[in-house]
Design a protein around this ligand. Sequence first.
Ligand code: PLP
Length: 198
Amino acid sequence: MVIGTAGDVSTGAVDDLNAIASICKKYDLWFHIDGAYGTPAAVIPKLSYLFDGIKEADSIALDPHKWLYSPIEAGCTLVKNLQHLIDTYSSHPEYYNFSNTEDEIALNFYEYGFQNSRGFRALKVWLTLQQIGRSGYEKLISEDIELSEMLYNLAKKHPELEAIFQNLSITTFRYIPLDTTKSKDFINELNKNLLNML
Ligand SMILES: *Cc1c(COP(=O)(O)O)cnc(C)c1O
């Protein structure tokens, strides 16, 4: 298995997913994407190129409670070939056997993961998707990214701040004292402490 990141939480960086996909194809490896935070940004037309390789993934982890704005907690794994889940998780002990011979074939979620008894967590995710919709997500996610860009530009202009990165909705910056006699080690330590205090 190879895991690519689509939206690193520290820097917002997205791996070259197409490059990872081609390595996985060549060596017959499972391609998983950790897109817990970043995947929904693929809905933004000008950013979709970053996520181009996502369709090659065998599985994608995605947290609706992050950038799909669902209430905490709602985790999700998308798997391309459902049969893999059934082959892995489905079991039919004597005492637990649902027949699929009736007119309507039942969708038994216990066959798709290791959880058996389950609450209806999917309802809040579904409702949020219905209420916000694709265009709503484009707007909300774009606004988050704009705020992050604004913070980056403000940090860049500020005489005591050093702007480092801006990707997706994440901006990284640090404090640089005007007193130029301070050592690099001192400034690094100071920023670690500032982060902890924050
Ligand atoms: C949040 C996050 C996780 C962890 O997800 P949980 O739902 O908190 O377990 C893993 N990877 C990335 C990239 C994340 O953003």
